[in-house]
Design a binder for this molecule. Structure first.
Ligand code: DOR
Ligand code: ZN
Length: 348
């Protein structure tokens, strides 16, 4: 197959950042996706509807004219100060569609996150009542747990109990990275879904650590074994609606990645859909791409499918070594390499 037309996809997990950086991230996202779920881990974080609505306006300013279908949705950041009223307010908001849970210290700007899940039980109760999805960074932040085990540990020691306590709460386990998580989601009730990134599909920890350390492959959850990568590819291309697209595109300035203590996060938004197409083609599953990219997430979030379509053609494109990023640069995934698919048209 040399050409593929699908409903314009949605990205259910992205970091657009803020202010000058939006000039980079928003046009890149709007070319690829109709809707995105913007993560709230800004400084300060987006903790209530009023802050989210101001953020929404800042994002909207950078949407290119040819992408007026683009609609940013926002997740609120849960802290130990989040109230039931903060949750009830979501019912009157157009742009807020979910809440995001981080354990304190689990990742970039997770300093405002939660130490003790039980402090949030009234909040989870309200989310369950109002049917607002809970998006989880599913890793423990406890220092004694090996970094490669943090997702599996979270599932076993926290998530199972959370599901038991709140059986009707819809939950998305974000950016899953292990075979354990795939199997957990497959067997979990239908209230539980997961997003999968292009980088966890394309790479494993050898790409990060063997024959030299490559900071641009460093993200959280960290890349795991080849067996985990293969389990993720199988899940994403299986047609199971519990697994859908979330890029976790998380840019950092080049200088903050290429240093002695580099930030976690991979920028893939300039070619995100082309990266996914590449994976689906490799395993002969192009017919499964539209479900994963454009239908299953919308169904989980109880939103209509997009009306716009995109067409991809088999055509070489070179990924730049770096892209403008505020006053600096960001090094995108596959910098300097070439991809064999390209978006060609946007039709309405
Ligand atoms: O690699 C990551 N980067 N993982 C996250 O969970 C956060 C993100 C970021 O915001 O930089
Ligand atoms: Zn993320």
């Amino acid at each position: 197959m040399d050409e593929l037309t699908i409903i314009k996809p949605d990205d259910w997990h992205v970091h657009l950042r803020d202010e000058a950086i939006l000039e980079r991230t928003v046009p890149d996202a709007a070319r690829q996706f109709s809707r995105v779920m913007a993560m709230p881990n800004l400084t300060p974080p987006i903790c209530n509807v009023a802050q989210a609505e101001r953020y929404y306006q800042r994002i909207k300013k950078w949407v290119p004219k040819e992408c007026l279908d683009f609609s940013p949705l926002i997740a609120l950041y849960l802290t130990e100060q989040t109230t039931v009223t903060n949750i009830a307010d979501i019912l009157n908001s157009v742009c807020v569609h979910a809440c995001k849970l981080y354990f304190v210290g689990a990742t970039t700007n997770a300093g405002y996150g939660v130490k003790d899940l039980t402090t949030l039980y009234p909040v989870f109760e309200a989310m369950q009542t109002y049917d607002i999805p809970l998006l989880i960074h599913g890793e423990t932040a406890e220092g004694y747990v090996d970094i490669f085990d943090r997702e599996a540990y979270f599932i076993k020691h926290y998530l199972l109990n959370l599901i038991k306590q709140f059986p009707k709460l819809r939950i998305v386990l974000e950016h899953i990275s292990t075979k354990v998580a795939v199997q957990f989601v497959q067997q979990a009730p239908k209230t539980i879904a997961a997003t999968i990134t292009p980088h966890h599909l394309l790479y494993n920890r050898n790409h990060l650590l063997a024959n030299g350390i490559r900071p641009h492959y460093y993200c959280l959850p960290i890349l795991k074994r080849k067996e985990d990568q293969h389990a993720l590819i199988k899940a994403a291309t299986s047609g199971n609606p519990k697994f859908f697209l979330g890029t976790d595109s998380a840019p950092h300035d080049q200088a903050k990645k290429e240093t002695s203590c580099g930030c976690a996060g991979i920028y893939n938004m300039n070619v995100a859909i082309e990266l996914y197409v590449t994976v689906f083609e490799q395993v002969n599953a192009l017919d499964k791409l539209q479900g994963f990219a454009s239908k299953f997430g919308a169904a989980f979030y109880q939103l209509p499918e997009n009306k716009t379509k995109i067409t991809l053609v088999k055509k070489n494109q070179q990924i730049p070594e770096r892209l403008d990023y505020g006053k600096g640069h960001v090094v995108p995934l596959m910098a300097g390499q070439s991809l064999h698919w390209k978006i060609v048209t946007l039709e309405t």
